[in-house]
Write a protein that binds this ligand. Structure first.
Ligand SMILES: Nc1nc2c(ncn2[C@@H]2O[C@H](COP(=O)(O)OP(=O)(O)OP(=O)(O)O)[C@@H](O)[C@H]2O)c(=O)[nH]1
Ligand SMILES: [Mg+2]
Ligand SMILES: [Zn+2]
Length: 322
């Protein structure tokens, strides 16, 4: 019997050695495995195929797309992808998601707190790939009875609005601010990312109550999430578009770039750098640095500049090209 080939299926989930695929915009998921060759081709990545990948392959003779007989043989070139540091020491990177139209970084207005350098690493990768990024400040309902968090929430809003990002304030609990977010996600594939416990899955459920994703209260002893979501998975939204819910992550890997390039991915630092005395200025103590002036004048948020310096000093295992 002749082999039936397929092209351009989108990976919507991976569990162990099994993948779920669908031909977007149709939502008729089927199961597939990787060809032996692809399994061996991992290289620097812990996962050769990620959610969002577009893949080609074939159906094994006798199988059809309902019978778990599909084999992935080829990954189409990625338009973009985001990586995170591997948990082991092998310096391997793990692809979070590929070919996304938008990345949403979810923050909690209260707990758990997301450190600025975490957010900024995420945003740098997005800038490097021209993936539009949006900051979603969730749990705003809690500011009502926990006013001590208002200044923190205000700081997130202020820092990222000044950096040029859209900051949307929402509550997965009450539904406040959800409509503009639904609008933003329509017709696109969007990644929901952020540390554990900020409410990524709760937000997904609020965007489409049919999803019924598992959520869990944060630990009040440590004010940290419980790593409730364990898979990357794409879901269709009833209001249009697709979201990728993801496990809470601890850190993002940086792409390979030169030290000079880094500042290009901080939009407000890049804009100010046009007036630095030296073309090669890294804004780390050189004379007549317009970036430092802007930080001193409060035009560039100090939090962003601190993140920039941290990333400049800590390229994460020599990720900078020299
Ligand atoms: N008050 C309030 N609680 C929220 C809101 N959004 C989420 N929560 C709660 O925060 C806790 C964590 O939410 P999850 O959706 O499980 O968080 P997550 O980001 O998916 O966490 P991981 O899957 O571990 O990465 C749950 O108890 C949610 O009910 C909100 O807008 N307001
Ligand atoms: Mg979750
Ligand atoms: Zn400078």
């Amino acid at each position: 019997m002749e082999q039936q080939h397929f092209q351009n299926a989108t990976v919507i989930k991976q569990t162990g050695s099994l993948y779920r695929l669908t031909f977007l915009p149709r939502w008729e998921p089927f199961t597939a495995i990787l060809s032996g060759r692809l399994r061996l081709e991992k290289g620097k990545l812990t996962n050769p195929v990620a959610v969002g990948d577009r893949v080609n392959g074939f159906w094994q003779p006798g199988g059809n797309h309902r019978k778990e007989k599909a084999v992935i043989t080829q990954i189409n070139p990625r338009v973009n992808y985001l990586i995170r540091k591997s948990v082991n020491l092998s310096r391997q990177a793990h692809i979070i998601a590929a070919n996304i139209d938008r990345a949403c970084v979810i923050l909690s207005a209260t707990e758990p707190k997301t450190p600025f350098p975490f957010i900024d690493r995420f945003l740098v990768t997005c800038q490097a790939y021209s993936v539009p990024a949006t900051i979603i400040l969730n749990k705003t309902d809690q500011l009502e009875w926990a006013p001590q968090y208002r200044s923190q929430a205000g700081q997130y809003r202020d820092v990222y609005q000044r950096a040029g990002y859209t900051v949307m304030e929402v509550s997965a609990r009450t539904g406040a601010g959800i409509e503009p977010l639904s609008e933003l996600l329509k017709g696109k594939i969007s990644l929901l990312s952020g540390i554990s416990g900020v409410g990524k899955s709760a937000l997904a459920n609020r965007l489409d109550p049919k999803l019924k994703l598992k959520t869990a209260p944060i630990s009040l002893a440590h004010m940290t999430g419980k790593h409730t979501t364990t898979y990357y998975e794409m879901h269709p939204l009833g209001t249009g578009g697709y979201i990728i819910d993801s496990p809470g992550i601890k850190g993002f890997g940086l792409l390979e770039m030169t030290k000079e390039e880094l500042s290009h991915y901080f939009p407000e630092i890049f804009a100010a750098s046009a007036s630095c005395r030296f073309n090669s200025c890294l804004h780390a103590g050189e004379p007549d640095c317009a970036v430092r002036d802007a930080v001193e004048e409060g035009l560039i948020p100090a939090e962003r500049y601190d993140s920039y310096l941290k990333m400049l000093e800590d390229p994460e295992g020599g990720k900078y090209r020299t």
